[in-house]
Design a protein around this ligand. Structure first.
Ligand code: GYE
Length: 328
């Protein structure tokens, strides 16, 4: 009950009344004190990720139905996630939550979890369709839809252009949000019959350093004079690229239009300063929804295969009003 009293401090009367109702015993696979959950998180590569970890940890701490959340930061390495899952299996946790760094390579370890009778929930990123039977449900964003939003804005913004010349900063190679944000973006450009040239496209691994380094290479290889748009798969890479653009003597947001995905405070701040032009929101705050799913899954209830989180997109005229609302 130590955790409960800490959580009670944070959540106040509401939680205390819930505890008084005896909701600690969920009737599922957990002990009387609640469920033990193992969470193999991607890493700490971005503000989005930090906010996501915080959301999940806060929600677990405040939730009487959860006895313990074992949190592993896998530093963007699949091997570390596989080790963490194997460890969760040995410990016989009630539910495993995995935010898979990449889409492929999960068959063996998820089969081990299945054989041990431990249900797996995917949080945030997805895995390849062939392994769909090896997890119960996924909660997270529709990354293809995020890419479509970026694509739609592009076709409108550059409607008068003959051919729009584009640079793309991709997320981690093989990661669902990198694959899907790419797919949705070009799906719209192609289906609209939009004339463009993808001048270059490389991974910046979802980090600011990665984004900056790749942008420096882009600039030295192609120059920026004939480039219209940079599409960065997350804020950090976009912000790193902005630094590289400024250091090369160009004006980000003007000499080159920029789209980012996530919508952190730092991203919006750069937008308010005119350094970027379109923000596709990606929402990391699904901890409460995830805990509900954990309990439902532990109880063997039927759940949807995919629970999308709500998100929008913002044009330059909306940046200033939206900045104070950003939570991460
Ligand atoms: O956009 C990026 C993070 O998987 C949705 O991962 C997440 C992505 C997010 O590194 O900033």
């Amino acid at each position: 009950m130590l955790k409960k009293s800490l959580a009670g401090l944070a959540a106040g009367a509401l939680l205390l009344s819930a505890a008084a109702c005896g909701s600690g015993d969920d009737g599922g696979g957990g002990s009387e004190d609640g469920l033990v959950v193992g969470f193999a998180q991607v890493g700490a590569e971005s503000a989005w990720r930090t906010a996501n970890s915080q959301s999940v940890q806060d929600s677990a701490a405040a939730d009487d139905r959860i006895a313990d959340l074992q949190f592993v930061d896998a530093q963007q390495e699949q091997e570390k996630q596989i080790d963490a899952i194997r460890n969760f299996i040995t410990q016989k946790v009630d539910v495993i939550v995995l935010a898979p760094v990449v889409e492929t390579g999960w068959t063996d370890i998820l089969t081990e979890a299945e054989q041990a009778g431990i249900p797996v929930i995917l949080a945030d990123r997805g895995i390849e369709a062939a392994d769909e039977d090896l997890y119960v449900t996924r909660i997270g964003s529709d990354f293809v839809e995020e890419g479509r939003k970026a694509g739609t804005w592009t076709t409108q913004e550059f409607a008068e252009n003959d051919t729009t010349r584009i640079l793309q900063l991709e997320g981690t190679v093989g990661a669902a949000p990198a694959n899907d944000r790419n797919e949705g973006f070009f799906e719209v450009l192609d289906s609209e019959g939009f004339s463009y040239e993808l001048v270059d496209s490389q991974s910046g691994d979802f980090t600011a350093e990665g984004g900056k380094a790749v942008m420096e290479t882009f600039i030295s290889t192609h120059g920026l004079d004939d480039i219209d748009l940079l599409y960065a798969h997350n804020d950090e890479m976009g912000l790193g690229a902005i630094q590289a653009i400024e250091e090369a003597g160009y004006v980000p947001g003007e000499d080159i239009k920029i789209i980012i995905v996530d919508g952190s405070k730092a991203g919006f701040q750069a937008g308010v300063e005119g350094k970027l032009n379109y923000i596709v929101e990606c929402n990391p705050a699904f901890g409460d929804q995830l805990m509900d799913l954990v309990v439902q899954v532990a109880n063997g209830e039927d759940v949807e295969k995919f629970t999308p989180v709500e998100e929008g997109a913002f044009t330059a005229d909306q940046f200033e009003a939206e900045l104070p609302n950003r939570q991460f």
